[in-house]
Design a protein around this ligand. Structure first.
Ligand SMILES: [Fe+2]
Ligand SMILES: [Fe+2]
Length: 274
């Protein structure tokens, strides 16, 4: 019975018949705004204001200790003036993914942990991108979405199992998701029209190999760092400082040690959202 369900799932993936979610609308609109210029700042404020829930979330995150507001931020205008357009854009993106894509009814705890991990990868990727002169925003986005195939597959498999009245044991469900999430995630972000560099990094983040395109290498290293920071299937500190992707990225061992030393601060940034 389980094999039949597995075959059905693989078949659906192969024929591109999975019911893939749309890119959350606010995320799509934010991505279409460039990160500079007063004009875009006004557009961003309008976009956030048009969604009351989003506006509330943005203010809550903007007031979290990591952004160190000297006094409470009470309006979007203040948030934009004090945090800057790029940060507010990022906050909107994270909230949109969190509420729309990382959301599976009945599996809130699992998906919340997954989102925490994803955000942790995003922050490590962003910080590493700064040291290695890579595109910081692209690194953050790729990190945030690197495991997006997981919640999407979880929902799809649960729906399939329900429609066939099959009770699927959790370890089997997890194994299928482990196996398929990278390729499904890549297909998803491709369908969203995001740059193919991001789709490739997502599709290949679990492939072992000595070399990889820079963004893919960055996500592999950040994934390992996030597992270390959150204490899940972690490599040791030494293994991280000699990670095979360092050479590709032109990042030195001591940069990774610095990153490990900033673990607490990075977890605080993640904690501002989840
Ligand atoms: Fe993954
Ligand atoms: Fe991951």
């Amino acid at each position: 019975m389980h094999e039949e369900l597995h075959r059905l799932l693989l078949d659906k993936i192969e024929r591109q018949e999975l019911d893939l979610p749309l890119l959350p609308e606010s995320a799509a609109r934010v991505l279409s705004l460039s990160a500079t210029g007063d004009w875009d700042s006004r557009k961003l404020a309008d976009l956030i204001r048009s969604d009351q829930t989003l506006a509330g979330h943005v203010l809550r995150v903007a007031n979290s200790p990591i952004f160190m507001p000297r006094s409470p931020i009470v309006s979007l205008r203040q948030a934009l003036a004090r945090l800057g357009l790029a940060t507010v854009r990022q906050i909107v993106l994270v909230i949109a993914c969190q509420t729309k894509t990382f959301h599976v009814k009945g599996h809130e705890r699992k998906v919340r942990q997954l989102f925490q991990h994803s955000l942790c990868v995003a922050v490590f990727a962003q910080e590493l991108a700064r040291t290695g002169a890579h595109d910081v925003e692209e690194a953050f986005l790729a990190g945030l979405l690197h495991d997006v195939g997981r919640p999407v597959l979880l929902q799809q498999i649960l729906d399939l199992a329900l429609s066939r009245r099959i009770d699927l044991p959790e370890p089997l469900l997890d194994a299928w998701i482990d196996d398929l999430h990278a390729s499904v995630g890549a297909a998803l972000v491709r369908s969203w029209g995001l740059p193919s560099r991001i789709a490739d990094a997502i599709g290949e983040h679990h492939v072992d190999g000595p070399s990889a395109p820079p963004l893919t290498a960055l996500i592999r290293l950040s994934d390992a760092l996030a597992h270390y920071a959150l204490d899940t299937n972690a490599l040791g500190e030494h293994e991280l400082t000699v990670h095979p992707m360092l050479q590709t990225l032109d990042i030195a061992s001591h940069d990774v040690s610095d990153m490990i030393g900033r673990k607490k601060q990075i977890l605080q940034m993640v904690g501002a959202f989840v």
